[in-house]
Design a protein around this ligand. Structure first.
Ligand SMILES: Cc1cc2nc3c(=O)[nH]c(=O)nc-3n(C[C@H](O)[C@H](O)[C@H](O)COP(=O)(O)O)c2cc1C
Ligand code: SF4
Length: 423
């Protein structure tokens, strides 16, 4: 069963207007923070909440905010990562489309906590229709005194700018995003320094995902302990999962952290289409290891639970595959994506994903041998951990895990090659 917190207004008529938001208690978190809390107290509540970044890496949000130097003479920036390009993930889109004020309020509270006066929303170019929705929400909030000068009658000033990207997956990686926002090509930067210390224009910057910011008003209104109590000790709150593939009712589902993955698929999503059997799930967007049906049985939807079950929570894009799926073709599709989206900066990822794609194409044409599978197995560890940014790892995890867990789906596409005779 869903626990609707961030998604609770999705079905409300005219959910994106400020009137609807205010009637449901909207902007009380911002008012509370500005008039009754010190910035450091807001960060403390977020730390208590065990909120972890919803963009994929699951880094503790309060800890990240705590890294921003309080007394820096430079301006500080808050950047919302609305690039949402991870395959299988479409939760940020619905959050922005149906409840943009929740995001605006979360951004303003974050800016107050971090002593920032400038927020950027970096949104993927394909979401062009959401730009108008966000700009309308910002204009409505400004008219009510929530954006601009002297917010809520206090001395806190803050502006929000919406900036469209141009459709590159790599620009979702936070440092590539910052380069793109500065007007440069979207290549990832070396870390450290981390954005909290030297981010946008070399200034302290916090980058968080849309869903992460949307949780913040609820934490401020109800307290960090309350929010953590909705989930598990280390993975606080609720999380939205975008379920796609062979289920009867695909869509976005908000559940408590720690919710059983099997229950999400079978009860909330109505089970597998056509009464077929489950074969595999890629649970966190495509950049995580694939799971077998057996691994899904015991898996719980929290960061620790998913690692224990043999994968990762990632961005929460749950791709469900039934028994008719050819896992070789699934991974072929994915390596096509990663090769296309490799930014080309570093050799292991640029050349490695290209070589992998060529091998997959050869096998798909029916010309592959077991020696090609061995080459794929040797190539992957030369990309993983040796690339400039995590895209290299993301490109090979689905392949290495699929070859290990579904070897028969690969072997059926190739001809055996005899091992060289011993000398
Ligand atoms: C290749 C790549 C693509 C990414 N794409 C996104 C994205 O579309 N949206 C997002 O929020 N984070 C994305 N991330 C993660 C960001 O780098 C960063 O961790 C995140 O925005 C931090 O916010 P959070 O702590 O709230 O998760 C991506 C990371 C990589 C390596
Ligand atoms: S790993 Fe890939 S995406 Fe990342 S910097 Fe290297 S070439 Fe670019």
């Amino acid at each position: 069963m869903q626990t609707k917190l961030l998604t609770k207004r999705f079905e409300t008529p005219n959910s994106r207007s400020i009137e609807t938001y205010l009637a449901d208690g909207g902007y009380t978190g911002l008012r509370k923070a500005l008039t009754t809390m010190q910035p450091a107290e807001v960060i403390e509540e977020v730390k208590k909440s065990s909120l972890r970044g919803r963009g994929g890496a699951g880094f503790p949000t309060g800890m990240k905010w705590g890294f921003v130097p309080v007394n820096s003479p430079k301006p500080k920036y808050v950047v919302c990562n609305a690039d949402e390009s991870e395959p299988g993930t479409c939760k940020d889109r619905e959050l922005m489309e149906k409840d943009p004020h929740q995001l605006v309020e979360g951004l303003l509270i974050a800016a107050y906590a971090l002593l920032s006066r400038q927020v950027f929303i970096y949104i993927r170019g394909e979401y062009w229709y959401l730009i108008a929705i966000l700009e309308q929400a910002i204009a409505e909030a400004r008219a009510q005194g929530f954006v601009g000068k002297s917010i809520c009658g206090t001395d806190f000033d803050c502006e929000i700018v919406v900036h469209p990207g141009a459709g590159a997956y790599i620009c979702g990686e936070e440092t590539a995003l910052l380069n793109s926002l500065e007007g440069y090509r979207g290549h990832p930067r070396i870390k450290p320094p981390f954005p909290a210390v030297a981010g946008l224009y070399g200034c302290p910057t916090v980058v968080n995902n849309v869903e992460t910011f949307c949780a913040v008003p609820h934490i401020v209104v109800n307290g960090g302990d309350w929010y953590r109590g909705l989930g598990t000790e280390k993975s606080g709150g609720t999380k939205i999962f975008s379920v796609s593939g062979h289920v009867n009712r695909p869509g976005n589902y908000e559940v408590r952290m720690g919710y059983p993955l099997k229950q999400l698929i079978e009860e909330d999503c109505g089970g597998i289409r056509g009464g077929r059997k489950l074969k595999a799930v890629i649970p966190g967007g495509s950049s995580v290891p694939i799971m077998t049906a057996e691994e899904v049985e015991q898996a719980t939807l929290d960061y620790e639970g998913m690692v224990k079950a043999g994968s990762m929570l990632g961005s929460g894009g749950v791709i469900v595959m039934d028994e008719t799926t050819d896992i070789f073709m699934t991974t072929y599709n994915l390596i096509h994506f990663y090769n296309h989206e490799s930014c080309g900066w570093c050799t292991p990822c640029r050349e490695g994903t290209d070589w992998l794609l060529k091998l997959f194409k050869k096998i798909a044409r029916g010309e592959g041998t077991t020696a090609d599978l061995d080459t794929i197995k040797r190539l992957c560890p030369n990309i993983e951990g040796r690339s400039h940014c995590p895209l290299g790892d993301a490109a090979v995890w689905p392949i290495t895990s699929a070859m290990k867990k579904f070897p028969e789906d690969f072997l059926k596409h190739v001809k055996p090659v005899a091992a060289p005779a011993a000398a």
